[in-house]
Design a binder for this molecule. Sequence first.
Ligand SMILES: N[C@@H](CCC(=O)N[C@@H](CS)C(=O)NCC(=O)O)C(=O)O
Length: 216
Amino acid sequence: MTEPTPDPGHTPTLVGRSSSHFTRVTRIFASELGVAYALEVVPDLRSANAADYAGNPALRLPILRTGATAWFGALNICRELARRAPAKRHVVWPEHLTDARAANAQELATQAMATEVTLIMSQLAGTPKDDAQLAKPQTSLLNMLTWLDDNIEAARAALPQDRDLSYMEVCTFCLVTHLEFRKMLDTSAYRALTAFCDEFGQRASARATLYRFDAP
Ligand SMILES: N[C@@H](CCC(=O)N[C@@H](CS)C(=O)NCC(=O)O)C(=O)O
């Protein structure tokens, strides 16, 4: 049984960045689920002070503050948003994916997001692109995108037709659009992923959460 939400009337605060793909996942969920929130920007991803990440010891964003409680990580946050939603929506969560292609698409979308974070953090640290340590994550990212491009249609076809939203599709959308936004790579050659993003990008939730760099 779902735990009761301790302060359902209180507007939660999302601690994140408008340029962050994990943050965008939660913002799309909030928009789709009709849950209002305030956005508090983490100014510098290089900070090693947990207080800058609403107390998240992993020093990562996003975090959702709900009164005295903090929810660490995008999936936790999306689940809490769903508990707060004024109307019940049909959300397909990772644990609902019993088709191997859909489940693997979920795994690779979130892994590719994490790999992109590794590459961006190394850029911020001034590591040269041709550093030997980056060769494997770079290859892994390309491999995962190729797999996702080859399988996204079948993975989506395996989802319940009557869904309002799936975590897998939101993550995949936020990943691919973020690679373009951060100029990590040109994604236009990934035809199936591009077609998916064009379609998903028509949603009001996607239009309302376009990536941008927050003012310093
Ligand atoms: N498991 C976390 C990962 C979050 C994550 O990696 N966020 C990035 C920004 S999009 C971050 O905080 N990067 C800072 C760092 O890697 O030090 C989630 O699902 O939210």
